[in-house]
Design a protein around this ligand. Sequence first.
Ligand code: PLP
Length: 394
Amino acid sequence: MYHRSRFLDLVGQTSSSPQGFEISRAEGSWLYDQSGVAYLDLISGFGVSNMGHAHPAIVEAIQVQSKLYLHTNVYGEHVQNPQNQLAALLRSILPSSLHQIYYLSTGSEVIDAAIKLARSYTGRVEIVVLHHSYHGSTMAAESLRSDRAHTAHFLPLIPGVRFIHANDFEGLDKISERTALVLIEPIQAEAGVIAMDEKWLKALRSKCNTHGALLAFDEIQTGFGRTGTMFAFQNLNVIPDLLLLGKALGGGLPLAALVSSGELLASLAQSPALGYITTFGGNPLCCAAGGAHLKAMLQEEVLLGISIRSDLIRSILNNPLIKEIRIKGLFAAIEFENEKLVHSIVKKAREEHILLDSFLFRPSALRIAPPLNIPIEILEDACQRINLWIEEAR
Ligand code: PLP
């Protein structure tokens, strides 16, 4: 309690009811509290710890890089090998049109950079986004949020944002020659794992082509294996002009990026020069961690083990109180009648040392998103216990 009260006093809070979990260390799929009690992590830091905590290859890469150099200059001025190595790895697994990377530090920053790039490249203002998407908390990212009760506190928002509903063909008519950017998640995270339909996505791509609007996929939360393929769009057969990455990109350290063609990224260097500058974007320690993370994902072939784990969640969670299970890879939204049920399951799980959560725009759904390499028997046992807690919460 000593640490918790100091935390509440010394550290600014994001809400009046922080979870306040007192972490001492983390390893694999486990977080340990101050008394050494192990908690099973079924959230993965909201899409960050996809290879679990303290992966030895990531820790080693951080140690090696930290002895060479940390910060040397603002992003883009010095040649830094860790940036090249991560960029080359990404290029080797992405379509050829997404071959250059612009490093930043956080997801919200990438959203802002994508908006600036699109406005500068197209000379247009409007941005089309989905209802119930979370893209970040900076002013521009905040402006893409559809719940007006929240954004009303921060007016005025950036102008020209138009909302459409996921998979709504009529909504595509909002894309026009005034549209600079269409920015969507191929699988919406905070709406509670809502997948875009491939046909709709193809129609969206075609509208963007017709009107000369850029298409960006926010894969900040769905990237790096979370939904079963390295990136969600790879299962949907539509390639964006801009791929936005963050969270797991840095293997646990803050790193984000805009991935696109050399032609589009040149906007940030030429029209105008220094169009988006950043001190810490592409920090060498973060890039070294990110490179080790991606290399480990590929070498350990974690993607191959996702469907068996995904099927396990779906088959064990069969309580009649569950209204619907939406699951893509290891990203699951377990839908209930109301959020009260979800609250009591999350609370019970915490008492029994399992960390679960719900979704920002879908409080009636339980979030299950474990590290992709969680041992199968551990996941099986956790799902069986969750099933029991659902029964108790009835
Ligand atoms: N986009 C998506 C889909 C996210 O889930 C988030 C964060 O949760 C962001 C953008 C913003 O990222 P960050 O918190 O790193 O600014």
